[in-house]
Ligand binder design. Structure first.
Ligand code: AMP
Length: 464
């Protein structure tokens, strides 16, 4: 019986795996320049981290979390004794990493009083039991960043700009990317706004889908995100948060926009942008792509969550962050024909002619790799002809042949796979000769003519 991967998961193979490493590397280089430090939090946490962190009314907590049980915990569940599970037996695979990051920041007391903001970034798998479709998986990878300890609107702008620089560095064309921003208000102004949206929805209850009818009492702002055409139309005329912001939130939002403007960052204000999780306050943003993703066009989003650290047991701490979905970024890069990494070709293929040279070829391959060459070598005692075919297949342009005759003479045969020219090289000269053949010596071997009084120097250091 063939065993397949679980629904909604992907094996990252070949170029896809390289793309993941590449996108992470780009994130690392951009985020590091903004002072963000890498962290890893567990793939699973006590379920309370997500319940408190994300909120019980969110889709993620209500319908999308995968539970994790130890054998003991599982026994209690199957015997109908779920209420006996201790908190550390009630675990869930992380549906996102912000709540876990906050838990880690609180648990390790990273926020010293009066200390500098703590800036962290992460990359890894998240798990949501969703209906899989293009760009929507059950295991997907997110790259995200969180900044703790500052309410300054400059920090909001900085995080948004950092995200946009990341996208820029990935060479997604700017014209195919939309940055949407909004403010969701805070404790002072959001409750009244939420109520005004709920009241508006009650007036139109019969026209809303079942899910949105339920949302009226639990989470009315989520109705702005409903994909149902009728709900979408009704919510177009719902009260707008921008008309309901208190003075502090209005001033904060204006400042964020001012900082974005000052750096020439193009954005669109979308008063209907409400992020799916309960914890957001004030600034929220989303980055969408216009090509290649269909309905799942958000490649990332985030915002400020000034209440979350308290909710997870820390001291009141303003904070903000974002997460972006790797699989959607990869689809967008492909659709935009953006440059993607290609697998490295071997510098050299070592062909082994006969088992009596196994030990010597093992030494040779090791020596080449220790000197930085990418080396392929077949260890299946194939004929030379088949090894040349394999060398061609893996696109090695240079082959070193080692057989009993070569070994006896202390040489290897170097074969150019394009011209089929061959020459013999002494063991001692192999590294130097390969560097030469592959053009790696051009910079290193250049003898500086400034030592020679009669020459005009060609080196950069004399041009200064
Ligand atoms: P969220 O944590 O829901 O704010 O999502 C942040 C980003 O993660 C989204 O903009 C997507 O790019 C990505 N994302 C969220 N859910 C999924 C999923 N089920 N499959 C693939 N990517 C996702």
């Amino acid at each position: 019986m063939a065993i397949n991967k679980p629904k909604g998961t992907e094996d990252l193979l070949g170029e896809d795996a390289l793309t993941w490493v590449y996108v992470r590397d780009v994130a690392e280089s951009v985020f590091t320049s903004y002072g963000f430090k890498y962290l890893e939090v567990p793939m699973f946490e006590q379920v309370d981290v997500f319940v408190h962190g994300l909120g019980t009314a969110t889709d993620v907590v209500r319908k999308e979390m995968f539970s994790v049980y130890s054998p003991d915990g599982y026994a209690k569940i199957s015997e109908g004794r779920a209420d006996e599970l201790k908190p550390d037996q009630r675990l869930a695979l992380r549906p996102e990493a912000t709540a876990g990051t906050v838990r880690a920041v609180v648990e390790h007391n990273l926020l010293e009083q009066g200390g500098a903001p703590v800036r962290l970034w992460y990359a890894g798998s998240m798990f949501r039991a969703e209906r899989p479709q293009k760009g929507r998986l059950r295991e997907f990878r997110q790259i995200g960043a969180e900044c703790f300890g500052t309410a300054d609107p400059a920090a909001d702008a900085e995080v948004i700009i950092m995200f946009m620089r990341f996208i820029e560095q990935l060479q997604l064309p700017r014209e195919s990317v939309r940055l949407l921003i909004n403010s969701m208000g805070d404790d002072q102004c959001r409750p009244a706004y939420r109520e005004s949206v709920a009241a508006y929805m009650r007036e139109h209850k019969d026209e809303l889908c079942e899910e949105c009818q339920r949302r009226i009492e639990t989470n009315p702002l989520r109705a702005f995100d409903c994909k149902n055409e009728a709900c979408h139309k009704i919510m177009e005329d719902a009260p707008r948060i921008t008309d309901a912001l208190c003075d502090d939130c209005k001033a904060h939002y204006e400042q964020v926009k001012h900082y974005l403007d000052s750096q020439g960052i193009r954005y669109e204000e979308d008063p209907r942008l409400v992020r799916g999780l309960d914890y957001y306050t004030r600034t929220v943003f989303e980055v969408q792509v216009t090509d290649g993703l269909g309905a799942q066009n958000a490649i990332g989003g985030g915002g400020r969550y000034d209440k979350l650290v308290e909710t997870i047991g820390g001291k009141p701490t303003p904070a903000l962050g974002f997460a972006s979905g790797f699989e959607r970024i990869a689809l967008a890069l492909e659709a935009a024909n953006a440059p993607l990494p290609v697998p490295a070709k071997p510098d050299v293929y070592v062909a082994v002619a006969g088992s009596e040279v196994s030990a010597a070829s093992f030494d040779l391959v090791q020596k080449l790799r220790d000197n930085g060459f990418i080396v392929e070598c077949d260890r299946q005692n194939r004929s030379l002809k088949s090894q040349f075919k394999l060398a061609d297949k893996c696109e090695a342009t240079t082959v070193l042949v080692l057989g009993p005759d070569e070994l006896a003479q202390g040489v290897v045969t170097l074969r150019d796979m394009l011209t089929h020219d061959q020459k013999t090289i002494a063991f001692a000269d192999v590294i130097q000769e390969l560097e030469h053949v592959l053009g790696y010596d051009e910079d290193h071997d250049h003898e500086c003519c400034c030592e020679d009084d009669d020459h005009e120097c060609c080196c950069d250091h004399n041009e200064a």
